[in-house]
Ligand binder design. Structure first.
Ligand code: DAH
Length: 347
């Protein structure tokens, strides 16, 4: 076929294209290996030398005609296809939405956050430690060597074989050791450590797993008066300003002197009721001045630094605050139970 004939045919074909498919067929017809323009091009070898240049230019003209047409049309068709797709997939935003079901915070999460907010506002840092602990951190460095009778009250779960020196921590007091060992300058510390602890215990008010929060302050010139002020503020903020606080002498191996802290009964306000066994008081905290042995074992100079520490069960507070009669429901994983607390926090 001559160049002019191909050009004419192409012009006719261009007028008849109606879709992207047809356009691609046209591309085949003209530009594939055996396409009309390709063939024209290969014929150049039969054209006399002096005409080759003009011949080539003419073939190019036809090719350009096709290419320009092809690109423009292709863009047009693709845009049309896209628009069609978009209009089909349009979302009707006037439809009423599906209700998204919101989760609820677990009561222990709520209480933990309240404790953390309070202590952070008093300049403490939240310092978390692992639940699997070494015997050393959980007991020995807290002045409870192997065989110490005070270990009996904190019998826990022990790991086996090559991990036999590890256990599930029975108290968050382990954080005291960790915080002191972490502090390379052996300088001041002010931390609280909330977290799960484990003991061999189970009844309505004791679970084999429960939550404590531990506090540790170390600095120069820290005294029992600081401890008392801190714990009074803490109890009043969490349980209400009317709460009275009472300190009783006690014993903990890692503090000297040690105290137990009672607060006026949340239920009867101190008059006496079954909850407080008619005494008007409820025990909530253990505390004391950090024992010099404990400071020294973790590298602190006990002639320069003093510290106070306290620890309390957070489940107790949650039970009183939210009126939960049985600690086991806290860990029962019943969604209906957890949902109750959205409402209670607003009351
Ligand atoms: N760890 C103690 C317990 O679980 C509570 C405790 C008592 C913590 C006195 C302290 C403390 O930091 O000074 O029974």
């Amino acid at each position: 076929m001559k160049i002019e004939e191909v050009k004419k045919l192409l012009e006719e074909d261009m007028n008849n294209v109606t879709s992207l498919n047809e356009l691609n067929e046209l591309k085949n017809k003209y530009l594939s290996k055996t396409g009309l323009i390709t063939v024209l091009n290969s014929e150049i070898k039969n054209v006399p030398n002096e005409e080759k240049k003009e011949y080539g230019m003419k073939v190019n003209e036809v090719r350009n005609l096709f290419n320009e047409f092809y690109e423009t049309k292709k863009a047009e068709y693709e845009e049309a296809l896209l628009n069609e797709k978009l209009s089909k997939e349009a979302i009707d935003i006037t439809l009423p939405s599906k209700r998204v079901k919101r989760g609820s915070k677990h009561p222990m999460t709520r209480i933990t956050e309240q404790f953390e907010d309070l202590f952070v506002s008093m300049g403490y840092t939240v310092y978390e430690g692992p639940e699997i602990e070494s015997d050393e951190n959980c007991f020995q460095k807290l002045n409870l060597p192997k065989g110490h009778p005070a270990r009996d009250a904190q019998d826990t779960f022990y790991l086996k074989d090559e991990y036999e020196n590890f256990l599930l921590r029975s108290q968050t007091s382990t954080a005291q050791v960790r915080a002191m060992e972490d502090n390379k300058e052996k300088g001041p510390i002010r931390i609280v450590c909330p977290g799960k602890v484990y003991r061999r215990d189970e009844d309505a008010t004791h679970s084999h797993q429960f939550m404590q929060i531990e506090g540790l302050v170390i600095d120069e010139g820290v005294s029992m008066a600081d401890l008392k002020g801190t714990l009074e503020t803490f109890c009043k903020r969490i349980l209400g300003e009317k709460t009275n606080v009472r300190f009783r002498p006690s014993f903990f191996p890692f503090t000297e002197p040690s105290v137990e802290v009672d607060v006026t009964c949340f239920k009867c306000g101190g008059k006496g009721c079954p909850l407080c066994k008619q005494t008007g008081w409820i025990e909530v905290l253990g505390a004391g001045m950090v024992h010099p042995n404990v400071l020294e074992m973790s590298g602190y100079d006990s002639t320069k630094y003093q510290g106070f520490a306290f620890g309390t069960g957070m489940d107790r507070f949650a039970m009183f605050k939210y009126g939960i009669p049985d600690i086991r429901t806290i860990y029962g994983n019943d969604i209906r139970f957890i949902e109750e607390f959205d409402r209670k926090d607003d009351e």
